[in-house]
Design a protein around this ligand. Sequence first.
Ligand SMILES: Cc1ncc(COP(=O)(O)O)c(C=O)c1O
Length: 358
Amino acid sequence: MINIAKPMIGAEEKQAVLEVLDSGILAQGPRTALLEQGFAAMCGAAHGIATSSGTTALHVALLAHGIGTGDEVITSPFTFIASANSVLYTGARPVFVDIDPATFNLDPRRIEAAITPATKAILPVHLFGLMADMPAIMEIARARGLAVIEDACQSHGAAIGDRRAGAFGTGTFSFYPTKNMTTAEGGMITTSDPAVDDACRIIRQHGMRRRYHHDILGFNFRTTDVHAAIGLAQLKKLGEFNAARRANAAHLNANLRGVQVPVVREGYTHVYHQYTVRVPDGRRDALRQHLQEHGIGSEVYYPIPLHQQTVYRRLGYDLSLPEAERAALEVLSLPVHPALTEADLAAVVAAVNGFMAS
Ligand SMILES: Cc1ncc(COP(=O)(O)O)c(C=O)c1O
C-alpha cells in the first residue's frame, strides 16, 4: 500500500526523546525554548510560542489579538474545521468568504464586501502548503485596521518571494504527525510583535506571568520537552523534507494526465503538504476507488465546506459559497510525502492516467 502520509521518524528523533526522558525535565523546558527560537528563525519571525496543538495555537493567537464575543473574523470555508472553530472558542463569529478556485485559498477580491463594523481580523489559511495571497490580504488589513492571523498549519517553510508563512501576520502552525514536520502533537505561534508574544505566553499558561499570580483567564496549552525534542530533530530536516515533496510534486505535474494539477503562481513556494488535483466530470470518487484497488491511498480534503457542516448549520449558517462547494466535490489528494520511491510515483501516475484515459 502506498499511503497518503508517512511520518518521517529517524534515529535522531528517538535519541532526542531518550535524552529528554533521562534529563528529568519532561514538561515545557529548555528544549521547548530552543524549538521556539529555531522555528521562529526559520519563518523569519522574532518570536515563537509553542503550544499543545495547531488548534490551541490558533485559539491563543486570536485571544492575544483581543478577539472575543461580538467580533467577526473573516476566514475560508474550505479548510480543516479547527480554522473556524478556534474563532468560535473565543466567542467571536467566523465569517466565511469564498475561495479562489485556482488556489483553493481565501479570495482577497471577496474580502471587502464581507467587512462590517464588527470585523476584527482576517484569518487566511495557507491550504495544502500554498500560501494565500498575503500581499493583497495584508493591504486590506492595513487599510481597515484589522489583525491578520495566518493559519499556516499546513505550510511550514512555504513562501512568497523570500518571505515565509508566519512572517506576514501572526503565524500559527500544527505539528500533527502528517504535517511537513511533526512533534507527534503540538503547535507554534510566530510573531514579531513583542506585545503579541507576551500575551500568547501568558494565555498559554493560565494567565500567569509571575508564579501563581494570575492576571487574566488563561489555559494550559503548553507542549512538553519530549515533543519539542522530536520537533528540534525534525526542524533540521524540514528543508530536505520540503525539497523531496516539491520534487515528487514536480514529477506528478509533469506526468499526470486528465486531472487539473495544482496551480502555483509566480513567486510562490509551494511545500505540498498535500498534492491536490481536481478530477473533472464527476469521476472523483470512482478514481479514488480505482486507486484504492491498486494499493494507492488518496484522500478528500475536504468533502464538506465548513458552512455546510452540521455544527455550523446548527449555529444558523445558511449561505452559498459555490467555489468551496465545487472544490469539495472535485478535489482528491494523492501521495506526495518524502518517503515515496520512484516506483511509488510511477505507480500513482500509471493508476491515475490509466483510469482517466478509460
Ligand atoms: C488548516 C489547519 N488548521 C488547523 C489545524 C489544527 O491543527 P492540530 O490538529 O494540530 O490541532 C490543522 C491540522 O490538522 C489544519 O490542517
